[in-house]
Design a protein around this ligand. Structure first.
Ligand code: DAH
Length: 336
C-alpha cells in the first residue's frame, strides 16, 4: 500500500503539472483527493484490512500524501490563474453592466429654457451681454450712483478699476437699448456675481434672467398682464400673481412680484401654496431711457429680473440652492 501511495502521489503530481486551468485542477482534486471516491481516500478506507502493526505507518503515509497533494494542487492553481491573460482575469460576468453615460440639461438651464419659450411665443427676442462689465453699465447707466446704498447691496468682484463681474443681468438692458432703437422686447439670461454669503439661499455666482419691454404707450397694465400670463403658462392656470411695492433705482414704480401656485396633493386634492417672491420688476425709470438716448417723453417700458435657480428649487422641492452649483453628478443626474 505504501508503494501504491507513492505511485498515486507521482501520478497526481504529474497530472497537476500538466493541468492548464482551474477546471482541470478541480477534476483532478475530485479524482485524487475527493472525500468519497478519491483515490487517496480509497487507500485510507482499506486500512481496516491491514494488520494492527501495519496500520499506523500506512495511515500516516496516506495522510502525508494527502496533505502534500493538497498543497501541490493549491500551488498549481495559483500558477494557472496567474498565467491567465489580464483581460480574462478581470472578466466578472456577475457584475451589473455599466450604465451608458448620458448628458442632460442642467435643471437651472431647463427652467431658463422653459421661461424663454413662453416669452418667445409672446414676441420676445433673446439678448446677451458680457459677464465682465463696467461700472457704467452695471450701476451708473442704470440710475445707480456708485455711492448709492443699492450699489452696496450688489457688491461684487472687481477685476480692475471700473471693471467688475456683473452683479445682475440688468446691464444687458442698457447695452441692448444703446444698439437698437425702440420697440424692444428682450429676454437676457446669464450668470451674475455678488459678494454674498454661501448658504442655502445664496451663492456668489448664480443665474438671472432679465426681461425688458420698451415701446410707445406701454403701461403698467401691459406689465401686469404679461407677467400674469407668463405665470399662468409656467405654473398652471390657477396661479395668482401679486405686485408688492418695492424699490430699484432703475424702475419707477418698482415691485416685487410674488406668485401663489395651486398644487395637487398626493390624495388628489388641490392646495394653494404660500406667496413666493419670484422677481424684482417695475416700470423703466425715465432716467434710464435718457441715459441711452431714448426719448423718455415718447417711450415707456417695464422690466424684470428673475432668479431661475429659485424657480428650479420650487419646481423640484430642493431646499438648498447650493446643490445646483456644486456639480455633483449624483444630484444633477436626477434631472434628465
Ligand atoms: N437687477 C435686479 C437685481 O438683481 C432685479 C431687477 C429688478 C431687474 C427690477 C429689473 C427690474 O429689470 O426692473 O436685484
Amino acid at each position: 500500500m505504501i508503494d501504491e501511495l507513492r505511485r498515486l502521489r507521482e501520478e497526481a503530481l504529474d497530472a497537476f503539472a500538466k493541468a492548464r486551468d482551474a477546471g482541470e485542477l478541480e477534476r483532478l482534486r475530485v479524482r485524487y483527493l475527493g472525500r468519497k471516491d478519491g483515490l487517496v481516500s480509497g487507500v485510507l478506507r482499506r486500512l481496516g484490512s491491514l494488520s494492527p502493526q501495519e496500520r499506523p505507518s500506512v495511515g500516516a503515509a496516506a495522510n502525508r500524501a494527502k496533505k502534500l497533494l493538497a498543497e501541490a494542487l493549491q500551488d498549481r492553481l495559483g500558477e494557472v490563474t496567474a498565467a491567465r491573460p489580464e483581460t480574462e482575469r478581470a472578466l466578472d460576468l456577475t457584475l451589473p453592466p455599466r450604465r451608458k453615460w448620458r448628458g442632460s440639461i442642467h435643471p437651472v438651464s431647463q427652467v431658463i429654457d422653459d421661461i424663454w419659450r413662453i416669452f418667445e411665443s409672446l414676441g420676445f427676442a433673446r439678448a446677451r451681454g458680457p459677464e465682465v462689465d463696467t461700472e457704467w453699465y452695471n450701476f451708473v447707466a442704470l440710475n445707480t450712483p456708485l455711492d448709492h446704498p443699492a450699489a452696496d447691496e450688489q457688491d461684487t468682484l472687481y477685476l480692475a478699476p471700473g471693471l467688475l463681474l456683473r452683479s445682475h443681468t440688468s446691464p444687458v438692458q442698457i447695452r441692448t437699448m444703446e444698439r437698437y432703437p425702440p420697440p424692444i422686447r428682450i429676454m437676457a439670461p446669464g450668470m451674475v456675481y455678488r459678494r454674498d454669503t454661501y448658504d442655502a439661499t445664496h451663492t456668489p455666482a448664480f443665474a438671472q434672467i432679465e426681461g425688458l419691454v420698451v415701446d410707445e404707450g406701454v403701461t403698467f397694465v401691459d406689465f401686469k398682464a404679461t407677467l400674469a400670463e407668463f405665470a399662468r403658462r409656467f405654473w398652471g392656470p390657477g396661479t395668482q400673481v401679486r405686485f408688492r411695492p418695492s424699490f430699484f433705482p432703475f424702475t419707477e414704480p418698482s415691485a416685487e412680484v410674488d406668485v401663489k401656485r395651486v398644487i395637487v396633493r398626493e390624495d388628489g386634492r388641490e392646495e394653494e401654496t404660500d406667496w413666493i417672491e419670484i422677481m424684482g420688476a417695475g416700470m423703466v425709470d425715465p432716467a434710464v431711457l435718457d441715459n441711452v438716448g431714448y426719448d423718455s417723453e415718447r417711450y415707456t417700458g417695464w422690466a424684470f429680473g428673475m432668479g431661475p435657480a429659485r424657480v428650479a428649487m420650487l419646481r423640484h422641492g430642493v431646499r438648498d440652492l447650493r446643490l445646483f452649483y456644486e456639480n455633483d453628478m449624483r444630484f444633477l443626474g436626477q434631472f434628465t
